[in-house]
Design a protein. Structure first.
Ligand SMILES: *Cc1c(COP(=O)(O)O)cnc(C)c1O
Length: 457
């Protein structure tokens, strides 16, 4: 083996082995030492081994332990060993996964992963799929397909003629819409602000009865898995109300869509398969490396019409699936391979266990923090927990103390006017013992931040 690649593998293994024991946030000194990268552009070639050593010695210590078991910020997830290993091998292949013909392995594996995903998530077996960088771009792709289909029905070819002079398209969203959907609407020329907002309940769920009357070309953007509460919009009911009038219903399920793969959580998203398009991430809850998002679209021709590079795309002319016909990118890495590797290794039961386990750990967090006197703001239905430590100021100081202390990491949010800590449990490696250790650290930091005597022990 090339000694350089062996060295990289050894360094990566050492890094991962050390993760559970190191502070989750990088040390201040390690961040300060990043100035070591401020070298002049080398005038000529150097030793590759020296470059790799520099990367590891300066770069590794200044990472957050996001791949480790006690990072509970955002909804991050780690990388299953098999998905990282598959990523390395696929990296060595260096396939440009745009087209089927030159990259049959990548295209075939992606097609199989797509079939498995629709089965696992309970989506229509024949819907089209796009392997993109993340849920932001997945939302963008799905909404581009919606824009195509709705305007085509209104007699307008949006890809050819643009939006100037096009029939207006109404966009309805929940008040708790994720900013990535808003951004996608802006990129598509539909406008970030040109939306009708439907009110939500105390958990952030869209109130279906408050949907306005649907008139003319309309897209309704729903969400399963609110980033604060984990709550899911009543997608089935929204479909029942909106689709008979011709609306396109889109589901942003960046992490929440995975509830469909866990028997006890599936009722949260029951009926969401009636929608027209779905966006999710594999780099969050499926625990594959970045960057891996997925768009699914029932009307595959609409997605291909929006994304295929040839304007004259004719589905009947193609005897195989060209990955680039469904994505904004032409050249890209074969990111479906890690998804395939994770699914093949976990199987249906393994994915269910991962989702169920993380959800149980979220409930464990809530129970233990509540027992310690903290307030839990949300119904812990999925993997998200919103925690308040006394007043807003104490909560803020407690979160800062937790982040500095290093046992674990969780972020700050404001939920319906209240400052809170947000815990997201989505890493395959997290154990119940990690939850207990983290809870103890959180309560200890609260004690210190509140100035309670003896609290630091
Ligand atoms: C994370 C998230 C997104 C954005 O996903 P990226 O992978 O960061 O692009 C969109 N919607 C929801 C609900 C999310 O949780």
């Amino acid at each position: 083996m090339d000694p350089l690649l062996a060295d990289a593998a050894a360094r990566a293994a050492r890094y991962l082995d050390a993760l559970p024991a190191r502070p989750v946030a990088p040390a201040t000194a390690a961040v300060a030492a990043l100035t070591g990268f401020d070298e002049p552009l080398p005038a000529g070639p150097g030793a590759a081994a020296d470059t790799l050593r520099r990367l590891d010695e300066l770069g590794s210590p200044a990472t957050s332990a996001m791949a480790g078991p006690r990072f509970f910020g955002f909804v991050i997830g780690g990388a299953l060993p098999v998905s990282l290993a598959a990523n390395w091998l696929a990296g060595a292949w260096d396939q440009n996964a745009a087209l089927f013909k030159p990259t049959p392995s990548a295209a075939k594996i992606e097609a199989v992963a797509l079939r498995w995903l629709t089965e696992l998530l309970g989506l229509p077996a024949d819907c089209a799929g796009a392997f993109v960088t993340g849920a932001t771009v997945a939302n963008f792709c799905a909404l581009a397909a919606a824009r195509h289909a709705l305007l085509k029905r209104a007699g307008w070819a949006v890809e050819a003629d643009g939006l100037f002079g096009a029939p207006p398209l109404t966009v309805i969203v929940g008040a708790e819409i994720h900013p990535s959907v808003t951004k996608s609407l802006g990129l598509l020329g539909l406008g970030r602000n040109r939306v009708i907002k439907v009110p939500v309940d105390g958990q952030g769920r869209m109130i279906a009865a408050a949907l306005p009357e649907i008139k003319g070309p309309t897209v309704v953007c729903t969400q399963v898995g609110n980033v604060n509460t984990g709550a899911c919009d009543p997608v089935a009911e929204i479909c029942r109300r909106a689709q008979p009038a011709g609306a396109w219903v889109h589901v942003d399920g960046a992490f929440g869509l995975w509830a469909a793969a866990a028997p006890s959580r599936q009722p949260l998203v029951a009926g969401m398969e009636a929608a027209d398009s779905w966006a999710t991430d594999a780099h969050k809850w499926l625990n594959v490396p970045y960057d891996a998002g997925l768009a699914f679209v029932r009307d595959g021709d609409a997605l291909r019409a929006a994304m295929a590079i040839t304007a004259e795309y004719l589905p009947t002319q193609s005897e195989f699936r060209n990955p680039a016909d469904t994505t904004p990118e032409l050249s890209r890495r074969a990111r479906g391979i890690e998804i395939w590797a994770a699914l093949r290794t976990l199987g249906r039961a393994g994915v269910a266990d991962l989702i169920e386990r993380n959800c149980a750990q979220a409930r464990r967090f809530a129970a233990r923090l509540r027992a310690g006197g903290a307030e839990i703001l949300n119904d812990v239905v999925l993997n998200q927990v919103l925690v308040v430590f006394g007043d807003a100021d104490t909560t803020r100081r407690t979160i800062e103390a937790i982040q500095d202390e290093g046992t674990c990491w969780a972020g700050i949010t404001v939920w319906q006017g209240r400052t809170a800590m947000r815990i997201s449990v989505s890493n395959w490696a997290t154990t119940d013992a990690d939850v207990d250790r983290s809870t103890e650290a959180m309560l200890r930091c609260w004690g210190a931040a509140a100035g309670r005597p003896g609290a630091s022990g």
